[in-house]
Design a protein around this ligand. Sequence first.
Ligand code: AMP
Length: 544
Amino acid sequence: MLFREFSAICEQLEGIRGRLEMIDLISRRLPALSDEELPVFVRFIMGRIFPDWSPEKLGIGPNLLYEGVAYVVGTKKETVIETINRVGEAGFAVEQLLAGKEQTSFFSEELDLVTVYSEFEKIAGTGGKKSQREKLLVVRKLLANADPLEGRYLARIMLEDLRIGVGDGTIREAVARAFGVSPALVEHAVQALNDLGYVARLAKTGEAALKDVHISPFHPVKMMLAQQGSIVSAIGELGIVTAEYKYDGSRFQFHRTGSRSALYSRKLEDVTNALPDVLAILNESTSHDVILDGEVIAIKDNRPLPFQEVLRRFRRKHDISKMQEEVILVPNVFDILYLDGETLIDLPLSERRKRLETAVIRHVAPQLVSDDPAAVTDFYHAALDAGHEGIMIKATESPYTPGMRGKNWLKVKPEVDTIDLAVVGAEWGEGKRAHYFGSFILACQDNGELVTLSKVATGFSDEQLAEAYDLLHDQIVSQSGKEVRFDPELVFEVGYSELQVSSNYPAGFALRFPRFVRIRDDKDITEIETVSSIRERYQRQPNS
Ligand code: AMP
């Protein structure tokens, strides 16, 4: 498929509001695609490039893209940024700039969907200064061959934000419709394989292929997530429950076959090199081929340290051995998804637990299986006394549902008023903090849109401000006066004394006395609080 055709489909989709109409349009285009084109089409149309399991990142930030565009249209980067600020978004800006470019009679190549993908593949994952140059050359080459509409979508794909509103659900249904297979089977295959592109290819061969999916080691699976719950209502609903301590550390997934092993973070980044000590402990705890799910915590004098200590280790790229001496990390394994070639996610928790106990001899998180609220409450207090966050209550007969947040896993912890929000902008600091950001603009989500809710300027140590600067300065997309805006990726956990109804912020609410608690770079911005859950919080407030 030519990239021109793909862009035309994107433009059509951009003009459609209804989900059913989108499903219809996409499903009619899928059957004609080749085996090679199908996964690329499916991922691109969702604004993604690589399979979700892949730690590969394109690594073309806004700045690099602007530089590339400036070169191709023969202008300055500042002009590109001005155009974006004027039209509101990079895709339209690139389209406009390419349309205004003088037509050159140079040789130009027609872009093809699969060749665009191969170019991205070539430059992904390369690090260092030289790679920035290589990336820039690819950006230039692609944009030089693009017509304005292609430019719109190339720019957006490079920023991994296609803005045509095609979500996972829409694509799953389009795939099911296109190949006459059940949407539930498609969904299940996606949970196991974590790549809708590849699943589309399986769907093309029929239902049998979708039914027989297997997890592959070193293709990380999305983590199963939890929602809030209470002991009494959980037992009321489920009867017998499985309770475990809720460890306040960082989530990991451990993969091993033979002598090869790897660790992945909650966001499925490969953190193997940062955590050699944890890797060694896990390798010594099992002699099987496994995929394990757990939480790693930092320990000092037999007590868990604050979670920030663990995250520092996950991010660490240098001086790893020095850090190992300072902070002792201990994994707590609570689930198993794969054992010696067998995929286990559809087995009930009780059955997975048996396999876990036979395969792993140390560091398995203790459990209490009970239907007695008093016994589970004692367990909860024991968890808090030992310095943990609370407990997790799990439905004993439930499968492992990757990426799903549901009633099968419930977290029970003391109520604290903190909230996870995306960092969408900041203001430069003053005085000795002039080189860092001093206050941050935060947003929650409303049906996939980010809406601002608060600013936060207190609660930071100098070290945390430096850390925030490190994580954010490459994400700046625009600046006006002292204020900058970011390509939103980072999540802050923020404390507050009270929620107030407010017309000052688009979310309709504001935080009273917002105070920075910690950086949550283990969380993705899709996991931030929604306006509707904030409304519920507001209604639960005693004085509302
Ligand atoms: P939260 O981050 O507050 O949404 O709580 C869910 C997180 O608790 C999971 O993603 C894990 O990182 C963590 N966790 C700690 N202990 C457990 C456990 N025993 N079972 C499952 N998740 C746990």
